[in-house]
Design a protein around this ligand. Structure first.
Ligand code: A4P
Ligand code: MG
Length: 211
């Protein structure tokens, strides 16, 4: 069934629009490879929602090979589209709150985590600040970001890097009939869509903007 909270034809969950409403278009990447991975992603979304961040669409869930050279379990990854007029640092603070709510403990860079929430873009904002680099400095080379983002927005562009579709084609990746992206050695890892694992957009706050 389709409708305001129905799924899209690739398994993601849309609120029924692709525009960003008021404020900047925000793209967030969620990842988990510790504990109940799907529950961690859902909790992260639930904590992120509201308070000035209007969640609009969530991708399918993808199971992905760990990237970064640390020996760890596979991740579940998803991408969120949102709209917000909050300053980027406030959105980063909301990401940190969501990570804390999921019990995130930082022991090792690129190591296993219950929940990681990264800001991929805040509109066209460009920042080299190490505390908040925008766009995310590694998004363009990560299939676990590009594949779910492209699922939600076929015309997505990464400021300064170009169309997401082109960036994905530039990775050593090919799609197969199941929609998985099979990547070769030295690549950003295999990305497998898990249509049976679904995330649900939280219900908007009363009075929040809605199409
Ligand atoms: N920071 C700067 N810019 C940003 C941004 N755009 N979004 C700062 C979010 N945070 C940003 O992050 C370290 C610092 O980055 C923060 O204090 C923030 O101020 P962190 O979450 O504490 O540590 P981290 O995630 O281990 O480091 P980093 O460099 O953010 O790692 P990545 O690049 O996020 O990689 N493999 C798979 N398959 N799927 C994954 O999701 N994730 C990682 C983490 C590694 N391998 C993965 C995955
Ligand atoms: Mg992070």
């Amino acid at each position: 069934m389709t409708g305001p909270r129905g799924g899209n034809d690739r398994g993601g969950n849309y609120r029924g629009r692709n525009d960003r409403g008021g404020g900047e278009a925000i793209v967030l990447s969620l990842g988990s490879n510790l504990g109940d991975r799907l529950a961690n992603l859902q909790l992260g979304m639930d904590v992120l929602a509201g308070g000035g961040l209007d969640l609009q669409a969530v991708s399918s869930v993808y199971e992905t090979d760990p990237v970064g050279g640390v020996d760890q379990g596979d991740y579940l990854n998803a991408v969120l589209l949102a709209g917000s007029s909050l300053p980027p640092r406030d959105i980063l603070a909301k990401c940190a709150t969501a990570e804390t709510a999921a019990g995130r403990v930082r022991t090792q860079r690129w190591g296993p985590r219950t929940l990681d929430v990264d800001i991929i873009i805040c509109g066209a904002v460009v920042s080299a600040d190490l505390a908040l680099t925008l766009p995310h400095p590694r998004a363009h080379e990560r299939a676990f970001v590009l594949v779910p983002w492209l699922e939600l927005d076929a015309h997505a562009e990464l400021p300064g890097k170009g169309p997401v579709a082109s960036l994905l084609r530039a990775l050593p990746a090919t799609s197969d009939s199941t929609g998985s992206y099979l990547t070769g050695p030295n690549s950003s890892g295999t990305v497998r869509r898990r249509p049976e694992l679904r995330l649900t957009l939280p219900v908007p706050e009363a009075g929040a903007p809605c199409s």
